[in-house]
Design a protein around this ligand. Structure first.
Ligand code: ADP
Ligand code: MG
Length: 698
């Protein structure tokens, strides 16, 4: 058995490697690299192909490769940005090179007839494939040879001050060590599902340095069995960690908050509507948990507009009426402001003190609030992650509600748990999300939570009519908006730009605002983007809510939770480039009142087949769960719950889109391990999870 002895080798510190002193080792901890094993499992997130020169005809968009060709033409164009465009030809096809920053001397050398070897990421351009700012050298009689690499070049997750070549060198040393010191294999072949039964060491070697003769398609995460084997193990480790976490919760104490029907009645009777039966059901589930002495860990799923805020209010009320405090955490300042208004409106008549702690408070004000919070004069505090800060303490925090959970990381969610009571009580947690999660995924992502679902919308809701429209019909669209504005409708215009920086996104939004304002004289056009100061944002939102602004141009900052019932028309630009769940979230900003609402999805053609299908789904249904399932079906195209972008759960290589089909086996195997090989649990968790993820809850 390759047991204790070899394990200790892999647990050794990185200073065991050549060239790593204490200082560098310290630096590497920033990448969560502590032990030799950590290096082995620090897997590349993509590859470059420097193994050969490819024909232009064989280039695949999205890959980083080397190609060669002769410049046919070279010119400067003045579009949105001034750029130098070179057309390159190698007899098999054309490639466009695009430079935004270039010197005059550079331009002069990039002239027709010059032969170039260039390396860069291939993208789909308007008329041909493109490379933006490639690395290039001139091919000349003095410089004819190409030094090919023996394997694809791994690109590792890294951070400032740690170079790729350093990481490559460390990984090489670790792989060398692997030849003499086998790793403990916690998943014997018979436990591996079909298509993943491979030797662990072989998979690791391959993932770090895929041999040059590997066909490019094999690098595709969905098609690579070596990656799949490792991803399977990673998913198992995460699930085990969550199940362990759940075990510790069950040993913790919480403030028991008895049910309070009188208070609940007082709250609901003041409303202008009655609760849906789905709301009543989940309120009951939550209320039951809160009355117990173990901390509640509950996920509340409900489509956009299903009325989750009110459900949260009932839970908060129950805890406050029991004599404790509650905290409501939201991802944006806009949402914090909006919730503060709603909760103050509901709770103040009942003598409950609501306050916000936001990033924009002046120091004195902030200190005052923190003090009242600590003394227990504030019952409900609302804020963004400003609530996490070390100097925020509670007198007796019984409940944490997290709104729009997909915007927060697991670590953040766990960090707030430490702020409970003076005797170490853990707060109850209610985690709310509008992003529907298919069952199998929920079991992986939230194995440590119980789940409640609001599967019904309030009866007064209008369905949102969705129209898909090419960018070229913008003028007709503006005419339509003019009519809508005249009729008293309020409109959102959402600017999105996926690949570009936030700054650029804001600039585009500014420009769009100008264009729309001059096309719509007499209407008040406002602008909202992520770079604005919190109080500016707040003012704009307040003016939009009051109807003072009729058309609001915004970046995706309005994605979550914003509630302006009179807004009933939304335009989303570049819709073909957004994920379905994000589109659904955005669209959910309209159709919140009793006006019939519509959403226009503007796209830039031509559309790929998948893009067409995706937009068609948006047109066909308003049901978030259906959309999420379809998203899973259209393989590789979804971005369920924005897992990738926001790192709800940061996997090294597993990807819930490509690996969804493994999840049943993941469940079965974790159960098997718990029963038959509990010794594997801690080592697997240590191997795959970052230290912060493991220890934050203890
Ligand atoms: P979400 O679930 O997206 O957070 P909200 O809680 O913001 O939705 O609710 C959306 C709107 O629906 C709010 O204006 C809210 O007051 C209203 N609402 C909530 N519950 C009901 C109900 N049972 N009947 C009618 N309107 C409701
Ligand atoms: Mg909400």
């Amino acid at each position: 058995m390759p047991g204790a002895q070899s394990l200790s080798v892999w647990d050794a510190p990185l200073t065991q490697l050549k060239g790593v002193g204490p200082k560098l080792a310290q630096k590497l901890t920033r990448l969560n690299l502590f032990t030799l094993q950590d290096i082995l499992f620090h897997l590349p997130h993509r590859y470059q192909d420097r193994t050969r020169i490819k024909n232009i005809a064989n280039l695949t968009p999205g890959s980083e490769i080397t190609t060669e060709g002769v410049i046919q033409s070279s010119r400067i164009v003045f579009g949105r940005r001034r750029s130098l465009i070179c057309q390159v030809d190698d007899h098999s096809g054309h490639l466009t090179l695009r430079f935004f920053h270039f010197s005059r001397a550079q331009k002069d050398t990039l002239k027709p007839g010059a032969k170039l070897r260039c390396f860069g990421e291939v993208r789909r351009g308007v008329t041909s494939l493109e490379m933006i700012h490639p690395e290039y050298t001139f091919v000349s009689p003095e410089n004819p040879h190409y030094e090919a690499e023996q394997s694809y070049t791994p690109i590792f997750p890294s951070t400032q001050g740690i170079s790729q070549s350093l990481l490559r060198n460390l990984v090489k040393q670790a792989l060398k060590l692997l030849e003499h010191h086998p790793l403990n294999n916690w998943l014997p072949i018979k436990l591996l599902p079909p298509l993943t039964s491979r030797d662990l060491a072989v998979c690791l070697k391959w993932m770090h340095f895929p041999p040059a003769d590997t066909p490019f398609e094999q690098l595709d995460p969905g098609k690579n069995p070596n990656r799949r084997r490792l991803a399977f193990e990673e998913l198992i480790a995460h699930r085990l960690a969550m199940l362990e976490r759940q075990k510790t919760y069950q040993k913790e104490a919480a403030f028991a908050c008895p049910k309070n029907n009188t208070a609940l009645k007082q709250l609901t009777q003041a409303l202008s509507f009655s609760l849906t039966s789905a709301q009543q059901r989940v309120i009951h589930e939550i209320s039951h948990d809160l009355s117990g002495t173990r901390p509640m860990q509950r996920l509340l799923q409900g489509d956009v507009g299903s009325g989750k805020t009110l459900v949260a209010a009932t839970a908060i009320l129950q805890c406050i009426k029991a004599g404790y405090q509650a905290a409501l955490m939201v991802p944006t300042e806009i949402l914090a402001e909006q919730h503060t208004q709603s909760f103050t409106h509901w709770f103040e008549p009942m003598g409950i003190k609501v306050a916000a702690i936001s990033g924009q408070l002046r120091i004195r004000e902030r200190n005052q609030r923190i003090q009242s919070l600590q003394e227990g004069q504030i019952d409900l505090v609302i804020g963004t992650h400003a609530l996490f800060q070390a100097d925020v303490h509670f007198k007796q925090l019984a409940l944490i509600v997290i709104d729009e959970q997909h915007r927060f990381g697991v670590d953040q969610r766990l960090a707030l748990r430490q702020k409970g009571g003076p005797l170490g009580q853990t707060p109850h947690q209610l985690i709310m999300t509008a992003t529907p999660i298919p069952r199998t995924l929920a079991m992986t992502l939230y194995a440590d939570l119980n789940c409640s679902v609001i599967d019904e919308l309030p009866p007064d809701r209008q369905t949102i009519k969705t129209v898909v429209m090419p960018e070229s019909r913008r003028d007709a669209l503006i005419t339509r908006i003019r009519e809508a504005l005249t009729a008293g409708t309020q409109v959102y215009w959402v600017c999105t730009l996926i690949d570009e920086s936030e700054t650029l996104q804001c600039q585009t939004a500014e420009k769009t605002t100008e264009v729309l304002q001059s096309a719509l004289p007499g209407s008040a056009v406002g602008l909202l983007h992520g770079r604005m100061k919190p109080d500016e944002k707040e003012t704009i939102m307040a003016r939009y809510k009051s109807g003072d602004i009729q058309l609001l141009v915004a970046t995706t900052v309005i994605e979550v939770g914003v509630n302006v019932p009179n807004a009933s028309l939304m335009v989303i630009e570049n819709a073909e480039r957004l994920g379905l769940s994000q589109l659904h979230q955005l669209r959910g900003r309209v159709g919140r009142g009793n006006k019939s609402s519509s959403c226009v999805l503007l796209y830039q053609g031509p559309l790929t087949q998948t893009a067409k299908e995706r937009l068609a789904i948006m047109r066909e249904t308003n049901d978030g769960f259906k959309i999420a399932e379809k998203d899973l079906e259209i393989r590789g195209s979804g971005e369920l719950m924005g897992v990738k972008q926001t790192g709800v759960m940061q996997f090294r290589i597993a990807d819930l889109r490509t690996d969804a089909h493994l999840l049943d086996a993941v469940q079965a195997t974790t159960t098997h391990l718990q029963k038959n090989n509990p010794d594997a649990i801690q080592p697997l968790i240590r191997r795959w999870l970052r230290q912060t993820e493991i220890y934050v809850h203890v």
